[in-house]
Design a protein around this ligand. Structure first.
Ligand code: GLY
Length: 395
């Protein structure tokens, strides 16, 4: 396993002494989320929110984006939390839409099948044993396998499969691998797990730098499959650490441990997480690239903060009491979540509104800068759910 530098956490004392979130704080925050989901159900009806808001309102789209599963995931979280049938009913109608999408291969020529199908359909299968959802998620896993490059041993992120210019993977893909592990567990066919293991090994070896920060993307050599170079797509610079990419790693590693039971990546996780925590600003919610901090005049990415909280939460069970950072991570997760609750969550309910403010989708293309985004809303709800009860991940 790749060895990385593990920084000492500078704010360890502050995190160790963070006041635990109270049940009342968490419940109030979750109730506000549920109220916004209710308002958005009437607003989106059977369609979907666009990935990010425009002027703080979600445009409504068909099921064609890589982000549509987050909304359905929010409906499942709302159903689990409230047990109200209306959430289940709409989520199941979304499942029909996801079945149709994969059956007819609509906008699925990319690697984001895990984001789409773990949260919409694996969830439905886990919660209700829904057969159609299971079939849809298995078809999605098969579709994800079509992105596999045997020579380079990775799943290609975007673009035409035979294009040399697109011979690369991205850190985000760690979050698509749980779909493959689930598919092996569910079908009994080891092929999905084997590919997930091999992609994870390639990804850990190359997309994470020696200082434990992550490139966003990594190119392999299309002629011989050898590692070539790291680069960014949504980060500030090729050599900077895009905050959401770092967060995808912080959550992707423990999800890999969840399925493989192999915790040899623990130090990789510690390296990535400590790097992230050491670059947080005063209010503990990261700027959109970790190269920025207070005084930079740049935007935060609240979604990266929420993803990292979920990752720290998931990792906790795999860290033994003798891990020096275990308690520090517990305190950090609570402190970051408290800042999201107090400073980033909307304090009003309006149809089409996001739940979490101040995210960044893609700074270079000017898309969703200092706006809400649907995965920020989802991971914020997941983080609250994880803090409120023993919760079985949909991933
Ligand atoms: N996976 C794409 C993004 O995080 O924006």
């Amino acid at each position: 396993m790749k060895q990385v530098n593990i920084e000492t956490i500078q704010r360890a004392e502050q995190f160790l002494h963070a006041t635990p979130l109270s049940k009342a704080e968490l419940t109030t925050a979750m109730d506000a989320c549920i109220a916004q989901v209710r308002a958005n159900m009437d607003y989106f009806k059977e369609r979907f929110p666009f990935s990010c808001t425009k002027d703080l309102r979600y445009p409504i789209i068909d099921n064609i984006e890589w982000t549509d599963g987050f909304w359905t995931g929010m409906l499942w979280l709302s159903y689990e939390y409230t047990k109200e049938e209306q959430f289940k009913e709409l989520a199941l109608r979304n499942v029909d839409s996801f079945y149709h999408r994969i059956k007819h291969k609509i906008a699925v020529d990319h690697h984001d099948l895990g984001f789409l199908y773990s949260l919409s359909c694996v969830s439905a299968y886990r919660l209700l044993g829904d057969e159609k959802a299971k079939q849809a998620a298995l078809m999605a896993a098969d579709q994800l396998l079509t992105r596999w490059h045997e020579k380079g041993e990775f799943l290609q992120a975007w673009g035409p499969f035979d294009s040399k210019d697109h011979y690369r993977f991205i850190i985000d893909c760690m979050m698509n691998l749980p779909l493959l592990y689930w598919a092996s567990e569910t079908s009994g066919d080891p092929k999905y797990r084997d590919i997930a293991n091999r992609h994870f090994a390639t990804s850990s070896a190359y997309v994470i730098r020696d200082d434990a920060s992550a490139f966003h993307t990594f190119y392999m050599n299309p002629e011989n499959g050898a590692p070539d170079h790291g680069a960014t797509h949504q980060g500030y610079r090729d050599d900077s650490a895009w905050a959401r990419g770092q967060a995808w790693g912080i959550y992707g590693i423990p999800l890999n441990i969840r399925y493989t039971k192999d915790d040899s990546t623990k130090d990789l996780y510690r390296g990535m997480c400590n790097y992230f925590l050491n670059r947080l600003p005063q209010d503990l919610v990261c700027y959109w690239d970790l190269i920025f901090n207070d005084g930079s005049n740049q935007s935060r990415d609240s979604s990266a903060a929420a993803i990292a909280v979920c990752g720290m939460h998931e990792m906790d069970q795999y860290l033994s009491e003798d891990c020096v950072e275990k308690k520090v991570y517990q305190g950090a997760a609570q402190a970051i979540l408290r800042s999201l609750i107090q400073n980033y969550a909307q304090n009003r309910v309006k149809p089409g509104d996001p739940i979490l403010l101040h995210g960044v989708y893609s700074w270079h293309s000017g898309k969703g800068v200092d706006e809400g985004n649907i995965w920020g809303d989802y991971f914020y709800m997941e983080a609250l759910m994880r803090s409120l009860k023993q919760w079985e991940p949909y991933w």
